[in-house]
Design a protein around this ligand. Sequence first.
Ligand code: K7E
Ligand code: CUA
Length: 629
Amino acid sequence: MKRQLQIVLGILITFVAVAIVFHSCKPGKEAVKSEAVEAALATYVPPGDLDEFYLFYSGGHSGNIFVAGIPSMRHICTIPVFTPYPSTGYGFDAETKKMLGGYTWGDAHHPALSETNGDYDGRWLFINDNANNRIARIDLKDFKVKQILGPIPNLSGNHGSTFVTENTEYVTIATRFSVPIPKGTYVPVEEYAKKYHGIVALVEVDPKTGEMRMDEKHGFQVLMPPFNFDLGDAGKGPSHGWVFWTCYNSERATGILEITASQNDRDYIAAVNWKKAEEYLKQGKYKIINGVRVIDPKEAPGVVYLMPCAKSPHGVDVSPDGKWIVGSGKLQSITTVYNFEKMLKAIENKDFVGEEDGIPVLRYESVREAEVPVGLGPLHTQFDDKGYAYTSLFVESAIAKWKLGTWEVVDKIPIAYNIGHLCVPEGDTKHPAGKYVIALNKLSHGRHLTVGPSQPEASQLIDITGEKMKLLYDAFTEPEPHYAQAIRADKLKDKVIEVYQKGIDNKDPNAIWDEKDAKVVRKGNTVEVWMIAVRSRFQPWKIEVNQGDKVIIHLTNIEQTTDELHGFAICEYDINVVVDPGETKTIEFVANKPGVYPFYCTNFCSALHQEMQGYLLVKPKGGAGVAQK
Ligand code: K7E
Ligand code: CUA
């Protein structure tokens, strides 16, 4: 009884204390607090629960892709693409090493999920390497890179990619830089305006396998004036068959571009009719340059048109219904909406105001539908499911929300700080999911615990379900997400595998599944090993070779249980691979250092993980048994 009284008294005192504290708070603070609670609840994914969307961020010059969940914004994994990544052993085994082609990094900007009928189909994810003119394809079945195409001939600065067409017929590309074509030719830079060229290119994608091809029979390029092409987007619905790219430096200038390339009041959006281009290809109206088909617009009328756009544009984005093309001049305070139908009419009426290297320039007033006063420094636009557009404003450090059709700006939210791209889940499809916009920001200062001068990048999750946008969450990544795409998680649920099933997913001819088949075979100076990894041993656990031998190890993780990864590292041989359950990887190296080198498992796999080890014994040159000095 006494104890009960004590408890009741205790509760009462707590109530009074809380009431006093609350009472003394300013109402402003209270409102802030309830907003924070609301935001916290909106992003909270309880332990064990799953996020609604996958977010695939490009990793910029890290050469990777970061995967996070929405709305939690928690980083789930990193997909190494253009850069070796010890965590997964990427770039250490023979296959991925070959795929990287000797490059140790890439500059990944724009991930693009494959589409069927203009919607993400959850099959593949493409991403560009701006620096080394490559494109990678990730299979979303296992979140691994299956192909890196390139360096692609004639491309210089693969920035304006990898926007896919409505049915992933093509991965599209425009070059940021212009160089003499064929690439590899020397021409003095003084002759830039006449003899250098930009390129737009369409890489063909095999509809069954996703294999990307650009050669004398597949894909094609279009020779363009020496502008700097920037961003693009493929048409959809009525504009299917077209791709649009912004370009700056219509001045064809060199030197200090921030001055020399900002002279003209307008630059362009290039509209490329790829269906028309396909007709010319069929007629053989192209040249083979550096092993790929190149169309010259001078000889192929109707393939390219230029639409004047506000000075130095960056982003161009096609609305979900395919009717509107939004192009933003980053030095202006408006974004321009072009009407696709009007564009077709202007083409039909030959409503041109000039030409550039034989490419007609359409009259601005005839193709423009509206100039939306979004604010300072517009870059990129995304769309939601309710007919609104969201434009990032770099200079103003904000997002403007505006309505398609009425073109009025209805809301604005400040961003911390200086937003680049933005992403609405399923935002580049015919059916955006809406709900959120993720701001991908260039600066993060002061928003996180200090980590010294090398600061992370910030992204912010914003609720767009209401009339007013609401900031929910700050998240940080390593440099440097340029763009991101997000897909409904349930689209991948039944597609993703967690184990490579023996004989089904793993068809490697060098896979072995039984310890009895483990062996070491010598052929001349090559020692080939078939090895298994299983909790918690390697078999064979001993590899004896002579100094100078070539060693090939085919390592199969014979586990068929999810999450049972094993690693394989050889001390001081710079060898480090990871084999997922049911996976086989091949490791090749020359045993050039004599002595005894332990190898071990790097992934903590069982209570006896530490025991999972063995030896590489390298007999020194000059005969077996000679001791190492
Ligand atoms: Cu950073 Cu798309 Cu390469 Cu804009 S790009 S911000
Ligand atoms: Cu296998 Cu640790």
